[in-house]
Design a binder for this molecule. Structure first.
Ligand SMILES: Cc1ncc(COP(=O)(O)O)c(C=O)c1O
Length: 389
């Protein structure tokens, strides 16, 4: 049966046999009993346990892929994917991709494992020129070159022209991987646009309660899936069973959480953007793909079935951003995103964040609280800061 996404998040990955529990059981074990005369279905938890499968199947169904594979974190999933590049390969990444990912790519490239190419992912011409150059250098690229797309990017919220980039990379034999953490499988499905791989930080919207660290890779490429599974077993990057339980429980409410958070984000983005340009306003910019003045608003509207729950505010400088964060009562100043609670963070507090991200930029991860409370808290903090500044 071809189910709608909202049904899938609730229904997929449940046991169907008579007398089975409604929720799949979770094995809290590191190893499995065997009998020499019987072939072993399970051996050791580092190779994966049946408790991973319901969530892996659910994520694969949501993204429209054949296989899902859980990892101990989003970074572990990314690392497994990066390791698929052969020595001397080429990796193209967005200039403003998630900084942990960017730092990992930089470290590995500095060791001479592959050549790293940074592009402005929203600049289609620039990305295509780089893909062409890399394809020519990797001649008959095969798996020797990979285009990594993050869209919207973290934290600059740039939106890539995903269908065009993927089609051209496919034509030239360059592998495409998409970090779909911000959009979630409910807002865009890169595999359906022809991407080879989708990666998630399950830590964020999918699990949704800021109590789990987990990652996932989804692909329909059998050989790649087998290689990633092998990588996970050998590197030991499996999630714990409690995390799998929590993430599966969290993802069941993804559709309602995301709807509510996105509604709040749309409301806040438009209210906050009214403050930009007012006399003595502490805000010099508000970025949200749903705002008509976002540089890729039309592209986002065509590509995404919702604009997401992340907003960025630009204040004058570090001091002003920090002062705003000190004043907040309802919002929690913290890193990460995608939970039911609203978080705010000055991104440049991390040394790994590129200098092209403004010092005064605050990333908001909008939760599901009452929107008026969220707005009033931000407005109060901004006003208090403007008077101080
Ligand atoms: C877009 C994106 N991808 C990947 C990651 C890494 O995920 P994790 O923190 O689960 O390792 C993050 C974390 O913030 C992220 O924002």
């Amino acid at each position: 049966m071809n189910q709608q996404q909202r049904t899938r998040v609730v229904a997929a990955g449940r046991p169907h046999e008579p007398n089975s529990p409604v929720n799949p059981p979770v094995d809290f074990t590191s190893t499995y009993r065997y009998r020499p005369s019987v072939e072993s279905a399970q051996v050791y938890a580092r190779e994966g346990i049946p408790s991973f499968e319901p969530l892996e199947r659910l994520l694969a169904e949501l993204e429209g892929g054949a296989h899902g594979l859980l990892f101990s974190s989003g970074q572990a999933a990314i690392s497994a994917m990066m390791s698929q590049l052969p020595l001397g390969g080429h990796l193209i990444i967005p200039q403003h991709a998630y900084m942990g990912f960017s730092s990992m790519a930089t470290q590995l490239a500095d060791k001479g494992l592959f050549s790293l190419h940074r592009v402005e992912i929203a600049n289609t011409e620039q990305v295509l020129a780089c893909v062409e150059q890399v394809a020519a250098e990797a001649s008959g690229a095969g798996t020797g070159a990979m285009l990594w797309i993050e869209s919207p990017t973290n934290p600059m919220l740039e939106v890539a022209d995903m269908p065009v980039l993927i089609a051209e990379a496919n034509r030239l034999g360059v592998r495409t991987a998409v970090d779909n953490t911000f959009a979630t499988p409910l807002r865009q499905n890169p595999l359906r646009a022809g991407a080879d791989v989708v990666v998630h930080s399950v830590t964020k919207f999918l699990s949704g309660h800021s109590d789990v660290v987990m990652g996932a890779v989804i692909t329909s490429d059998e050989e790649l899936h087998a290689a990633l599974h092998d990588h996970r077993s050998l590197h030991g990057t499996i999630p714990g069973p409690m995390e799998v339980f929590l993430a599966l429980r969290g993802v069941r409410t993804l559709a309602v959480r995301l709807d509510a958070a996105e509604r709040n984000a749309g409301y806040l983005a438009s209210r906050l953007s009214e403050l930009v340009g007012q006399p003595n306003s502490p805000l010099s910019g508000v970025s949200y793909p749903g705002l008509p003045d976002h540089p890729q608003h039309e592209r986002a509207a065509a590509q995404l079935s919702g604009f997401g729950a992340i907003i960025t505010l630009v204040t004058q400088d570090q001091a002003m951003a920090d002062a705003v964060l000190e004043e907040l009562q309802v919002w929690t100043p913290a890193t990460s995103l995608g939970g039911v609670e609203s978080l705010a963070e000055r991104r440049r507090r991390h040394p790994g964040e590129p200098a092209t991200v403004p010092e005064g930029l605050i990333r908001l991860s909008v939760g599901i609280e009452d929107p008026e409370d969220l707005y009033a808290d931000l407005l109060g903090a901004l006003r208090a800061t403007a008077q101080v500044a």
